[in-house]
Design a protein around this ligand. Structure first.
Ligand code: ATP
Ligand code: MG
Length: 291
């Protein structure tokens, strides 16, 4: 019979040596923007932990921190004090994106373009710039992406629908929306979907909501199930079957500059992000022969 400790050890082994090596690299590189203008729904937590999980499956991943708070940079153990070459200088066209890319402390295959507090001014500075909505797209040239040999790019958005988020939506093909399993979860979602539709109509025909991830699920509450059902009814199979549980460990990890996969590989949080990443990788549209 399994004891809890044996169970945890078994889970840790699965995380550290996932049976995922047979997973092919995507046929085409995938750029996903993680967006929801609602604050604190798990955008950053999902971005960094999915990125770390994708790396466990053998992918090369770049996280672009597009939030002046710099939370994704913190969680990946990447320096982001003011003046560090970052996404800010990249958007302004002062440096090449390559000059801002640094490896995370998590793994050499997990790269990050950090965000510094300087980015806070960008929403306003960008307004008067040429092609202000396409600055990120222009920086993410295929030469740059090829040189980094990336499979996935994940863009962590700030909690607003301003120019930074618009830049992220123009630069990606896919949007991943994290939804917190709580009251008011769906409030504001219509506005987000409208914006996505506007960007699709005018700036980026490829853009679509490919993935919905339910986060901070608390199985003890009826409400969590109600929200889950409602989201599944509305978005159908775009909602990942895996749901991220509410867990203290998940919220502690960034304090150590770590993802949950490094901080506590045997935890349910780590397993759930690994499962969610696997579902994303196995998306029928993107499954294909190895590159
Ligand atoms: P913002 O809109 O400010 O950028 P966000 O959408 O990026 O926020 P996070 O920063 O990822 O959201 O999460 C908000 C808070 O909830 C953080 O303190 C985080 O540690 C915590 N949190 C995220 N996911 C979980 C989880 N599964 N269990 C417990 N706490 C979580
Ligand atoms: Mg965030």
């Amino acid at each position: 019979m399994w004891t809890p400790i044996a169970e945890e050890a078994e889970r840790a082994t699965r995380v550290l040596h996932p049976k995922g090596r047979e997973i092919p690299r995507p046929v085409h590189r995938r750029v996903l923007t993680v967006a929801n203008q609602k604050g604190g729904v798990g955008k950053t937590t999902s971005t960094v932990n999915l990125a770390a999980a994708l790396v466990k499956y053998g992918m090369r991943v770049l996280v672009i921190d597009l939030d002046p708070q710099g939370n994704a940079s913190t969680a990946l153990g990447v320096q982001h004090t003011s003046g560090t070459p970052s996404i800010y200088e990249t958007l302004l066209g002062e440096i090449n994106l390559l000059d801002a890319v640094v490896p995370s402390t998590q793994a050499p295959e997990l790269l990050c373009v950090p965000a510094t507090i300087d980015l806070a001014g960008a929403e306003i500075e960008l307004v008067s710039m040429v092609a202000r909505e396409s600055r990120l797209k222009r920086a993410l040239t295929s030469e740059v992406l090829d040189q980094l040999d990336l499979d996935y790019v994940l863009v962590d958005c700030p909690p607003s629908l301003g120019l930074l988020t618009v830049n992220a939506l123009v630069a990606a093909e896919e949007v991943l929306i994290p939804i917190q399993c709580e009251y008011y979860a769906l409030e504001g979602l219509g506005q987000l979907l409208n914006n996505i539709e506007l960007v699709r109509a005018h700036l980026n025909r490829q853009l679509h909501v490919s993935t919905i991830l339910l986060t901070m699920y608390d199985g003890r509450t009826k409400l969590a199930d109600q929200v889950t059902n409602e989201v599944r009814e509305h978005f159908g199979d775009r909602v990942l079957r895996t749901v991220i549980p509410r867990s203290v460990k998940v919220s502690e990890a960034p304090g150590y500059g770590q993802t949950i996969l490094a901080y506590d590989p045997g935890s349910r949080g780590a397993m759930s992000y690994l499962d969610a990443a696997r579902e994303i990788v196995m998306h029928p549209l993107h499954r294909g022969a190895s590159r």
